[in-house]
Design a protein around this ligand. Sequence first.
Ligand SMILES: *Cc1c(COP(=O)(O)O)cnc(C)c1O
Length: 369
Amino acid sequence: MSNKTINVTRSSMPEFDEYCAEIRCLWDSRWLTNAGSKHRQLQQQLEAYLGVPHLALYTNGHLALENVIAAMDLPAGSEVITTPFTFVSTTNAILRCGLVPVFCDVEDTFYTMDPGKIEALITEKTAAIVPVHVYGNLCNVEAIGAIARKHDLKVIYDAAHAFGARLHGQGVGSFGDAAMFSFHATKVYHTIEGGCACYHDDALTDTLNERRNFGLHGQEDCLYAGGNAKMSEFQAAMGICNLRHIDGEIARRGEAVAHYRQRLEGIPGIRLCPAQEGVTPNHAYFPVVFDGYRFTRDEIFEKLKENGIIARKYFYPLTNDYTCMSHLPTGGAHKTPVAAHIAARVLTLPLFADLTAQDVDRICDIILG
Ligand SMILES: *Cc1c(COP(=O)(O)O)cnc(C)c1O
């Protein structure tokens, strides 16, 4: 049996020569960042691939989320209904915009925001909903959209996990007022670091472009104290290369997922997320919930680690339980019991395009052993 370390993820890369060919022209142009030709090309290609009306590239997904929330111009101190079952970036983005996160529990099958629990959290101060397509599982976009329309709330999706996923053929980034994708090296599709904001209202184009460039407006004015969140030409070039191969990468992830399912489906005490109806999945993560299994999540985590296999407790702890959130009146994992139950039992197993059937067998043998 092989002892080689299997990490939870492994970045996909184009051939070295392909990337070199893509960046060669930068030695002539000396245009390295600030909306150069690679940046413009990638923006157009991603709008087409993702099926979204408008898209702004960013140096990372977090700043894309923060900027697109800020661009909605919500009154300071407004409440934003969100999920604690996510990476801390989602909650931090809300707080850093001067808004108050209000944590809604998740539903028990796909671990996305439970639309049945949103309306009880709405007050006069509620201005927006920030749900997460966690693991690439799609939120109930129809129910969330209906609540938002009824109460006149903005919806901004954290779609960091959902690159390439579709619902009845429609790109996931087109739901809500806006959506953010992360192109971090560990995600399904990457630009080393990177991300984008997708949005419907063309009036946001100038403000998003200005927000990622210090708030500068033309050559001689600055409209607000913005930061720097621009994507460089080298990042965009990596994105252009990776986009050529993305469908094959997702298909190979799908093969690994099919093999995992074959080994782990129907085992008492092991819960897998079922396929979602009407959804073309992107196979971003493979979460397994150990609920009444003969080993606990933490025991499985340790057993895998002893064998050189690195799984992750995504998402534990919940963001509403972190030190900097738990002091909030809305904080505390006890207020989101379903999310807390899952967070205590979930493990995401290694998943990447190069993961072999033998690797999957080695991992499953340990889990089932
Ligand atoms: C990765 C991630 C982010 C942040 O994206 P970066 O590109 O790393 O800044 C935000 N939300 C979720 C759910 C993520 O997984």
